[in-house]
Design a protein around this ligand. Structure first.
Ligand code: SAM
Length: 291
């Protein structure tokens, strides 16, 4: 069994991690960090004149709650749901792709990549589409390790091909591009809010950063995207504390939450990879997402 099979079973098998656990108890996404994230997505939907959002990998539907409060209709799509044949509106997948299992490979001393098995020992030589993908997107050297992004690319392309004219899809995730791949890969686990070994036994989340460039689409950082959508970490003026203390406290708290969403070494460093259907929509999305 390759590590990918074990990963799939550990997260999504009958007794898998995502069948039993509440994700927010194990890790914190932008959605959990602040409603400012959802409000920015809502602003984007309004700028694009889209009234429906499909949230793929919706978890417990926390993003949808914020979006509905902003007047949008929301379709939450989770594990047991089929993707609709056609996706219309704004499609968001926040931290979905990093949870799609992929093959983990390691290059031997001769520079030949091998699949890693469930116990992370070296197995068969990598071949076929996986090898082609590595050559194009993640060439390695002896001792390097990598995650083969094909399963994420395929999942994302399956979303994008369903987009109707006027619709936009955005994958938001931690990731890397070809000139900044981590030489030893990014496979890891999370349990009870702490990073842990990615043991595929169903007791922890297992994740790896996403190869954002192989997904296809326009990439920008979350920091740039949210700033373009009006999220600001500027603190309120101190004299507001005297004149309107409650407003001062509320604005101070918002600034703190915004700072977490924008922090370049944290959530702000995530990638937003977007695709729009139709020339007008491409123009609108480019305008809405540029500083
Ligand atoms: C890291 S959680 C992110 C939850 C939420 N989007 C957030 O940002 O808080 C990933 C979610 O993707 C879901 N997921 C994984 N594979 C899926 C699939 N094929 N279809 C729909 N959801 C899936 C998991 O069940 C899990 O709830």
């Amino acid at each position: 069994m390759t590590f990918r099979d074990a990963w799939q079973q550990a997260l999504y098998g009958a007794d898998g991690f995502y069948r039993r656990q509440r994700p927010s108890e194990h890790f914190r996404t932008s959605v959990h960090a602040s409603p400012l994230f959802g409000q920015a997505i809502a602003r984007l939907a309004h700028l694009l004149e889209l009234s429906t959002v499909a949230d793929i990998g919706a978890g417990r539907g926390e993003l949808g709650k914020v979006l509905r409060a902003e007047g949008l209709s929301v379709v939450d799509i989770e594990l047991d749901d089929e993707l609709p044949d056609r996706l219309t509106g704004l499609v968001i997948a926040n931290e979905w792709l990093d949870n799609i299992p992929c093959e983990v490979v390691e290059w031997d001393d001769d520079g030949v990549p091998h699949y890693l098995s469930a116990d992370l020992t070296s197995g068969h030589v990598v071949e076929g589409n996986d090898l082609d993908w590595l050559r194009q997107w993640w060439p390695g050297e002896p001792g390097d390790r990598a995650e083969v992004g094909i399963t994420r690319d395929t999942a994302w392309q399956d979303v994008v091909r369903r987009l109707t004219d006027g619709s936009v899809a955005i994958a938001i995730d931690y990731g890397h591009v070809r000139d900044s791949r981590p030489p030893y890969g990014a496979l890891t686990g999370f349990r009870n809010g702490r990073e842990c070994d990615p043991t595929p036994d169903g007791t922890c989340d297992i994740t790896a950063h996403v190869a954002l460039d192989s997904l296809g689409g326009t990439i920008l950082s979350q920091r740039d995207a949210l700033k373009a959508l009006g999220v600001s970490a500027t603190r309120p003026p101190l004299d507001l504390a005297q004149t309107e203390p409650m407003r001062y406290l509320s604005e101070l708290s918002s600034a703190g939450e915004a700072a977490e969403l924008l922090e370049s070494t944290g959530l702000g460093g995530f990638g937003w990879v977007w695709t729009a259907r139709g020339a007008d929509t491409v123009r609108r999305a480019s305008r809405a997402l540029s500083a």
